[in-house]
Write a protein that binds this ligand. Structure first.
Ligand code: IYR
Length: 227
């Protein structure tokens, strides 16, 4: 096997002064903190180039053995959106009428969700993230690693990129969601991971009045004593 280092290239990264670092980290936190999950969309069109840039951002995420085990299906076709809505609502109806526990339903109550999913037709684009359980190269199975972690990371990048472009998104998890594999005719090695409507929020969009955990509730610092 060739030595990996033989093909390594220099990397300087991006560097900032401490002051710039502090300011950039604060501003990024404030900016990303404005992202909200949106359920009411405008049908105003979004340029496809924006979507392409967003997907290339997502696809720059780290992945197990750099296999990039994902496919992003982008749907603007109204007929396909309608099929996806019908199939999702069918499953969600069952979820909200018996498949979800009382505890689950009461946890969701403040978010105001139900089985109706009109956003699947209103939003100009649906991005359906597929994870590749393995790769198929000329019909041969090739292993992928840490697929859930990798695709989760790429989806995080995707949501940040959508917000950065000034658009809204929703991490929709119809369950079960194998219908997406059939409607979008994906190959056998791809499994649906998440369904993300993307677009402008409707003029009268409203979101739940949530708060986020404080730093002290989410961070534990193990600081050694300086000698
Ligand atoms: N998949 C359902 C239910 C749902 C579950 C969770 I956890 C949420 O945070 C929100 C909704 C739906 O999409 O309505």
């Amino acid at each position: 096997m060739p030595k990996a280092e033989d093909s390594f290239i220099p990397y300087k990264g991006v560097r900032f002064s401490k002051a710039e670092m502090l300011q950039r980290s604060r501003e990024f936190c404030r900016y990303l903190g404005k992202r909200r999950t949106v359920r009411d969309y405008s049908d105003k069109p979004v340029p496809i180039e924006v979507i392409e840039n967003i997907i290339m951002t997502a696809s720059s995420a780290p992945s197990g053995a750099h296999k990039q085990p994902w496919t992003f299906c982008v749907v603007s076709d109204p007929k396909i959106k309608q099929k996806i809505r019908e199939a999702a609502e069918k499953e969600e109806y069952e979820n909200y009428h018996g498949r979800m526990s009382e505890e689950w339903l009461s946890d969701l109550a403040p978010l105001g969700t139900d089985w109706h999913k009109p956003f699947l037709e209103t939003a100009p684009y649906l991005i359906i993230v597929f994870k590749k359980a393995y790769d198929l190269v000329d019909g041969e199975k090739k292993k992928n690693y840490y697929v859930n972690e990798s695709v989760g990371l790429a989806t995080g990048f995707l949501l940040a990129a959508i917000h950065n472009a000034g658009l809204a998104s929703l991490t929709h998890t119809p369950s079960p969601m194998n219908f997406l594999q059939e409607i979008l005719q994906r190959p056998e090695n791809e499994r649906p991971f998440l369904l993300i409507p993307v677009g402008y929020p409707a003029e009268d969009a409203r979101v739940p009045n949530i708060t986020r955990k404080d730093l002290k509730d989410v961070m534990v610092l193990y600081e050694g004593v300086k000698e």
